[in-house]
Write a protein that binds this ligand. Structure first.
Ligand SMILES: *Cc1c(COP(=O)(O)O)cnc(C)c1O
Ligand SMILES: [Zn+2]
Length: 415
């Protein structure tokens, strides 16, 4: 990996070699000692040029290998992850009253969430480390993406889930052959048990904040968005926030592109949390320490009461002169319908929270409608059909009778 210089602790600045097994800074501990991958940008710059990318026929995250911490000729997760479409959301832009809006649908990844980007990296690093079993604790998507990517290369998976995980995600896990441990408790309980098991049995650790490489996979969402928009980044890019790794990684992607000269300005980041579980929002707003919260929202993928990567999230918001905002469950359900109706995209609740947050921030006058916006839909709604139906309502129920049909349709103004 001559593109990677070393790993650097974001707290104390100590440097460590970029071995596949690296986790957190031993001096600062597993909570605060998060490691950043530091690249040799002069090397990356030579390989990752606009011309080279224009010629590149690889349409997946591996397209950006020079900016990823992987061995150039090493093993890879075998699923096609990334290169999800970025749509111009004209009708949605009109409804929100903004000039320009782009929607990147990351629910179209192989296991149907943005987490595939991180898991593809995790599985690749596990293969480099010679591991046979990978493990993580997850509210659902990190797990299903890990299980899917692991299955694609024949690795075993052990998954620790909180009880509340939606059935669609549990079905995915079992389908991919994972050993699934449903922990009686919340995400924090599942996380703690997974840490004990992982260190006890020496499995490869795919817990996002602990593993410095996963966030590097997530940054590919920004690399793609920038390339798909002709290297013109929107004024604002919007993400939903749970642990904080996604928005932290996404920001990192834009910074990397800026450093190597592929973009000439950086976007501002808008981070969106659910009102019923918003510890990072409250730490940002109050400029105070992070305090644990209950997990009271139907947006299960961002219901994280004790976030593991608030530092990277807050760094993304602060360095980009961005903002954070919270949205209610009702606003999330309404954003699901809005996105479905105007773009034909079915997102899971956490997947569309960015749309709900953009709408609210515009209503509160925090953003200029004249600016351009990019929103990433982070997960597919078919994973959580129960909430989809809650958002969308029931079909028309009628007997097989054309007269009745006519009356019902008339009432709706359809005929
Ligand atoms: C994990 C996830 C998020 C948030 O990512 P964090 O890294 O936890 O902040 C948002 N949406 C979906 C669908 C997710 O699975
Ligand atoms: Zn440190």
């Amino acid at each position: 990996m001559n593109n990677v210089s070393f790993l650097k602790c974001i707290k104390c600045g100590r440097e460590y070699p970029a071995t596949p097994e690296a986790t957190t800074c031993p001096a600062c501990g597993p909570v605060e000692g998060i490691l950043d991958v530091v690249y040799d940008y002069s090397q990356v710059k030579r390989e990752l040029t606009r011309e080279a990318l224009a010629q590149n026929q690889v349409y997946s995250i591996w397209r950006y290998s020079p900016l990823l911490p992987i061995l150039p000729q090493g093993p890879r997760s075998a699923l096609r992850v990334g290169w999800t479409p970025t749509y111009r959301g004209q009708r949605l832009a009109r409804e929100l009253g903004v000039r320009e809006l782009f929607i990147k649908d990351d629910g179209l990844n192989p296991t149907a969430s943005l987490k595939d980007r991180a898991s593809a990296l995790g599985v690749t690093k596990a293969l480099e480390a010679g591991a046979t079993t990978v493990a993580c604790a997850s509210t659902g998507n990190a797990a299903s993406s890990l299980a899917g990517n692991a299955a694609s290369v024949g690795l075993n998976t052990v998954i620790f889930l909180p009880e509340r995980a939606p059935a669609g995600k549990v079905a995915q896990l079992l389908m991919f052959g994972a050993t699934v441990v449903s922990v009686q408790g919340n995400y924090q309980d599942a996380f703690r048990l997974s840490s004990q098991a992982i260190s006890g049995w020496g499995w490869y650790n795919r817990n996002a904040a602990i593993n410095p490489y996963l966030v590097e996979g997530k940054k590919t969402v920004s690399l793609e968005m920038a390339e798909q928009l002709g290297w013109k980044v929107p004024d604002w890019v919007v993400f939903s926030v749970g642990d904080g790794c996604t928005i932290g990684g996404a920001w990192r992607g834009f910074v990397d592109l800026y450093e190597i000269g592929l973009i000439d300005r950086l976007p501002r980041m808008l981070g969106v949390q659910a009102a019923g579980c918003a510890p990072i929002y409250r730490a940002w707003k109050g400029k105070g320490p992070l305090l644990p919260e209950e997990e009271k929202t139907l947006a299960d993928s961002i219901a994280v009461g004790v976030p593991r990567n608030s530092q990277k999230a807050l760094r993304a918001i602060n360095d980009s002169q961005g903002l954070m905002i919270t949205v209610s469950d009702e606003e999330i359900l309404s954003a699901m319908r809005l996105l479905g109706r105007t773009l034909g995209i079915f997102g899971e609740p956490a997947g569309v929270a960015g749309v709900a947050g953009l709408k609210r921030a515009l209503e509160e006058g925090l953003l200029e409608p004249e600016q351009s916006f990019g929103v990433v839909i982070t997960g597919n709604g078919l994973k959580d059909v129960a909430n989809g139906i809650k958002a969308a309502g029931e079909p028309l129920q009628i007997p097989p009778d054309i007269q009745v049909l006519r009356e019902v349709l008339k009432k709706r103004g359809i005929v």
